[in-house]
Design a protein around this ligand. Structure first.
Ligand code: HEC
Ligand code: HEC
Ligand code: HEC
Ligand code: HEC
Length: 195
C-alpha cells in the first residue's frame, strides 16, 4: 500500500509539473513590439525596415493594386477582413492579440511575437535576466512560450503557406526558402547572457 501511495504521489507530482509549464505557455498573451523595443532596440530598428512592420498598409484600398490583381484580389478595403487580418496582424483572434485597428492599433502588422510567440510570460523572466545579469538557457524561456524561429518552420508556414494568396504559383518572388527567409527577418546581434 505504501509503495502504491508513493508511486501515486510521484506520478501526480510529475503530471503537475508538466501541467504547469503547459498552462504557463498557453496563458501567455501578446504584448506588442513596443514592449520588446525597450530591451531589444537593435533588433527592433532592423525589423522596422522590413515589409512585415508595415504589412497592415497593404490591406488598404489603392495600395499594391497590381500585386493584388496578379493574385486575383480585387482592389478594395480589407482592413476589417478577418481572412486577411489573420496573416497581416499579430496574434489575431488569440489572447491579448489584434482585434481591430480601432481597438489594438499597436498590434497591426507582422511583429516580433508572430515569430517569437506571445511574450507576456517570458518577458518577465527576461527582465530578471537583464536586471541581475543572470546567465540563462533558451530552454527556460522556451518553457514560457518563447519560440526560436529557426526551430519552427511550421509556424512561418501558417502565413507563408496555407491559403496565402501570395505564393510562388502567382510569382516566383514569393517562393518560400526557409534558410534565406530566416536571414531577412532582422539583423542579428550576439547575446551576452545566453549559455
Ligand atoms: C502572422 C503571419 C506571419 C508569420 C507567422 C510569419 N510571417 Fe513572414 N510575412 C508575413 C507577411 C504578411 C509578409 C509580407 C509583408 C507585406 O509585404 O505585407 C511577410 C514577409 C516576410 C519576409 C520579407 C521581409 C522583407 O522585408 O523582405 C520575411 C523574410 C519573412 N516574412 C520571414 C518569416 C519567417 C522566417 C517566419 C517564421 C519564423 C515568418 N515570416 C512568419 C506574415 C507572416
Ligand atoms: C495565409 C496568410 C495570408 C492571408 C490569408 C493573406 N495574406 Fe497577404 N501576404 C501573406 C504573405 C506571407 C505575404 C508575403 C509573401 C512573400 O513575401 O513571399 C503577403 C503579401 C501581401 C501583399 C504584398 C505583395 C507584394 O508583392 O508586395 C499584399 C498587398 C497582401 N498580402 C494583401 C492581402 C490581402 C488584401 C489579403 C486578404 C484578401 C491577404 N493578403 C491575405 C500572407 C497572407
Ligand atoms: C519573421 C520572423 C521574426 C520576426 C518578426 C522577429 N524575429 Fe527575432 N529572430 C528571428 C530569427 C530567425 C532569429 C535568429 C534565432 C534563430 O531562430 O535561431 C531571431 C533572433 C532574435 C533575438 C536573438 C538575438 C539576435 O539578434 O539574433 C532577439 C533578441 C530577437 N530576435 C528579438 C526580436 C524582436 C524584438 C523583434 C521585433 C521587433 C523580432 N525579434 C522580430 C526571427 C524573427
Ligand atoms: C525587460 C527587458 C526585456 C524585454 C521587455 C524583452 N526582452 Fe527579450 N531578452 C532580454 C534579455 C536581457 C535577454 C538575454 C539577452 C542576452 O543574453 O544578451 C533576452 C533574450 C531574448 C531572445 C533570445 C533568446 C535565446 O535564448 O536565444 C529573444 C528571441 C527575445 N529576447 C525576444 C523578445 C521579444 C520578442 C520580446 C517582446 C515580446 C522581448 N524579448 C522582450 C530582455 C528583454
Amino acid at each position: 500500500m505504501k509503495k502504491f501511495l508513493i508511486g501515486f504521489i510521484a506520478i501526480a507530482f510529475v503530471a503537475a509539473l508538466f501541467g504547469l509549464t503547459a498552462v504557463n505557455a498557453e496563458a501567455a498573451e501578446y504584448i506588442g513590439a513596443k514592449k520588446c523595443k525597450a530591451c531589444h532596440i537593435k533588433q527592433y530598428k532592423s525589423w522596422e525596415q522590413t515589409t512585415m512592420a508595415g504589412s497592415f498598409e497593404n490591406l488598404k484600398a489603392g495600395v499594391k493594386v497590381a500585386e493584388k490583381k496578379a493574385a486575383g484580389i480585387e482592389d478594395k478595403d480589407y482592413t476589417h477582413d478577418a481572412g486577411c487580418l489573420k496573416c497581416h496582424t499579430t496574434g489575431y483572434g488569440k489572447p491579448g492579440g489584434f482585434t481591430s485597428i480601432e481597438e489594438t492599433p499597436e498590434l497591426a502588422g507582422v511583429q516580433c511575437e508572430s515569430c517569437h510567440g506571445p511574450g507576456s510570460v517570458y518577458k518577465t523572466t527576461m527582465k530578471t535576466i537583464q536586471k541581475e545579469k543572470k546567465p540563462y538557457k533558451s530552454e527556460d524561456l522556451k518553457a514560457e512560450g518563447l519560440i526560436i524561429p529557426s526551430e519552427d518552420e511550421a509556424g512561418c508556414l501558417v502565413c507563408h503557406g496555407g491559403d496565402s494568396p501570395f505564393t510562388e504559383k502567382v510569382d516566383a518572388k514569393y517562393k518560400w526558402v526557409f534558410k534565406e527567409r530566416l536571414e531577412k527577418t532582422h539583423e542579428h546581434f550576439p547575446l551576452k547572457y545566453k549559455q
